[in-house]
Write a protein that binds this ligand. Structure first.
Ligand SMILES: [Zn+2]
Length: 284
């Protein structure tokens, strides 16, 4: 994937190079930490796990020490370009429906950092915290994508960011709130609410790819194939096979590889977020 110009988003907080900023147990109980560590071991996106512990997590802390003049390495530059393209795409989509898109902040960090949803750790993979509306990304995850999941090219990296931004869109449109109100947010299993949340974020990532490919960036068929391969590679069934050697559908949080591919495709084909209603879909 290649962008047509070099502009980048300014909604980025670069916490790299500070070590574990604001680390500490804070208000998260040991149970919460255990949940997060288990999530980390399984390699799952912890957004859903974090929602379990966020109630007891400490309030967001100011991180005034974020470095302003971090040299712009190619990976962070690309991440900022992707973020800008998500702002443009979702800005236009929200505008069409008469509302204003409030972009999330992308936090780049090393190893571990504090979020309003608890401590973020690189091993958990990228995640979105609805409490502070920030996407947390340790760029080493991009290396993992290449080595652990054999993802090719840079499109899978963009897809991962677009997926997390998809969770932000869910937050803005009230999906998180509705689910928490319904008391079903913590449920797991093959067609549980958390799987539907994840598949909708995949579909939203597809919607982004559809629009970003029209004027902002060159997205080739090869890119899309690599994105779909990555979606397949990081489906829960594959992740679980790699970490446990067997598949246990009850603990699925992201959806199977086939489901992730299907919903990403739905988004990319129509470019319409209205096609992403995983919650009323009879079959996923
Ligand atoms: Zn997710």
């Amino acid at each position: 994937m290649e962008f047509n110009d070099d502009s980048v988003s300014s909604n980025v907080e670069d916490r790299r190079g500070f070590g574990p900023v604001g680390m500490g147990v804070g208000g998260i109980g040991l149970g919460g930490i255990a949940i997060l560590i288990i999530g980390a071991l399984l390699g799952v996106d912890p957004a859903s796990l974090l929602s379990v512990v966020e109630q007891s997590s400490p309030p967001p802390q100011a991180h005034a020490q974020s470095r302003a003049a971090q040299p712009d390495d190619p990976q962070s530059h690309f991440a900022k370009q992707v973020l800008l393209s998500t702002e443009r795409v979702w800005g236009a989509i929200f505008q069409q429906s008469g509302s204003t898109y409030q972009p999330p902040t992308l936090v780049l960090y090393d190893g571990a950092t504090q979020s309003a949803c608890g401590t973020g750790r690189a091993a958990m993979g990228p995640f979105y915290c609805p409490n502070d509306q920030k996407v947390y990304l340790d760029l080493s995850f991009f290396r993992d994508l290449q080595t652990r999941f054999h993802a090719g090219g840079n499109f899978p990296d963009a897809y991962v960011i677009a997926h997390e931004v998809g969770h932000h869109v869910q937050n803005l449109t009230g999906t998180f709130e509705r689910l928490q109100g319904s008391g079903r947010a913590g449920a797991h299993g093959e067609s549980s609410t958390s799987v539907r949340m994840e598949l909708q974020a995949d579909c939203y990532a597809g919607v982004w790819a559809n629009h970003a490919g029209q004027g902002m960036a060159q997205i080739s068929d090869q890119d899309i194939k690599q994105g779909l391969d990555a979606a397949a590679a990081i489906g829960d069934d594959r992740l679980q096979r790699q970490s446990q050697g067997y598949v246990a559908p009850d603990s699925f949080t992201h959806g199977s590889s086939a489901q992730r591919v299907r919903w990403f495709k739905r988004g990319i084909e129509g470019g319409d977020p209205g096609n992403c209603d995983t919650f009323s879909a009879a079959s996923l």
